[in-house]
Design a protein around this ligand. Structure first.
Ligand code: PSV
Ligand code: MN
Length: 388
């Protein structure tokens, strides 16, 4: 059994990155519901993210989405973040919200549009230089809706060309993380639909290119922890976009739909010793809070990841190995289930107290009155939203 201090230290050192866009208004294609007090610009989004870190202590960085978070002075944004006790993290590119991209961005049959998309990706690396970010996250909505619409292999060639140009632009300490998605917005072929495609491109691109697993981007029933294990084994797991889904890319709070799956994923991470920040795996949230308040939604999500992590850390590895090597199927499964069924909330409360935090982050945030103050303060202006 792993000693308590090892478990506690791992939990204290855990880092979870928050998405700036989770703090703005969001919804579905049917309706975006406006909530009172939401941020109106990237500075206010960072302020809200800092609240999540303040009460959890393990969410010290905020991912930006360009152009949603475009500002004139990224140095000023980084200083603002630092003043609030957080830092800017991954830069997410956006080549999916321009009329030009109807038939694709970097895989578009039109060379002018491909160039425009590539220029955006390169501009994102300029932003990384200004913010000091390590990672560029690339997600492409590119794909086709109908058989015959475009040449599948030619689109892969165009994708490879763009990715190579991005790789060549990266600085020595910068990385590119390629995210795959089974479907949506394209319905027949996505150009990066699965981890195999992402992995194949990243292998060609070399050390700076790694795969991102967004937990909402698979077919129902996919064994995500198997993918995680394979990528970890190959040294090609760059990070996670955590969220939950019941049906498709629901972007619900991580750990809400299937906490057992989250535990199984974190078990693979812990077994590969990839929880440590130095392992290079980025643990990010990529969620939307359409009907729930956003800051508590993020706090709850961080806590859900912590709970899954704590359970994964509690797996009795020696007993598990013994059961596995002696062919004890039920015993091995029982070791895992014992850890999963442990109530880790008292342990996490104790860890928070040791960190000088309130043991109850949700309650502490509610008692702070921050949300109510923002409703009063943030009147007028244009509320930030998914896509703005
Ligand atoms: C696409 O569905 C995605 O998961 C990508 O990470 C995007 O950048 C993000 O969502 C935007 O919310
Ligand atoms: Mn994502």
């Amino acid at each position: 059994m792993t000693g308590r201090s090892t478990v506690v230290n791992a939990l204290r050192a855990q880092r979870i990155e928050l998405p700036s866009w989770a703090f703005g208004n969001s919804g579905t294609r049917f309706k975006v519901f406006a909530q009172r007090g939401v941020p109106r610009d990237p500075f206010e989004k960072i302020a809200d993210a800092a609240q999540v870190h303040r009460y959890t202590g393990v969410a010290p960085t905020v991912a930006l989405h360009i152009p949603w978070d475009r500002v004139d002075d990224y140095g000023a944004l980084a200083r603002h973040a630092s003043d609030l006790g957080v830092a800017l993290g991954t830069i997410n590119s956006n080549v999916f919200q321009d009329d030009d991209y109807m038939l694709g961005s970097v895989t578009n049959p039109d060379a002018r549009i491909r160039r425009k998309a590539l220029d955006h990706l390169l501009a994102c690396v300029d932003v990384m230089d200004a913010t000091g970010s390590r990672d560029l996250k690339l997600w492409f909505s590119d794909g086709t809706n109908y058989p015959g619409q475009d040449d599948i292999r030619a689109r892969q060639d165009r994708l490879a060309e763009a990715l190579t140009a991005v790789r060549d632009r990266l600085g020595p300490d910068q990385r590119m993380l390629l995210e795959y998605k089974l479907f949506e917005p394209a319905f027949y072929t996505m150009d990066v639909p699965d981890w195999g495609t992402a992995y194949a491109h990243c292998l060609q691109l070399g050390d700076k290119a790694l795969v991102v697993v967004d937990t909402g981007h698979h077919a129902p029933g996919t064994n995500i922890e198997f993918i995680v294990a394979m990528l970890l084994r190959a040294g090609k797991l760059g990070g996670f976009d955590f969220n939950s889904r019941f049906y498709a890319d629901d972007d619900l709070m991580v750990g809400s739909a299937d906490p057992f799956q989250l535990f199984r994923i974190m078990h693979e991470v812990v077994q590969a010793d990839a929880l440590r920040h130095e392992s290079g795996v980025a643990f990010m949230l990529d969620q939307c809070h359409n009907i729930e308040p956003k800051i508590p939604g993020q706090i709850r999500s961080v806590m859900n990841v912590q709970e899954a992590t704590a359970k994964a850390l509690l797996v009795d590895v020696a007993a598990l190995r013994h059961a596995q090597s002696s062919g004890d199927v039920l015993g091995a499964n029982a070791v895992l289930m014992d850890a999963y069924n442990t109530d880790v909330r008292p342990l996490l409360a104790a860890v928070r107290t040791e960190m000088g935090l309130d043991p109850d982050p949700m309650g502490a945030y509610a008692r702070s009155g921050y949300g109510d103050r923002m409703v009063i303060e943030r009147v007028g202006g244009q509320q930030a939203g998914w896509g703005a």
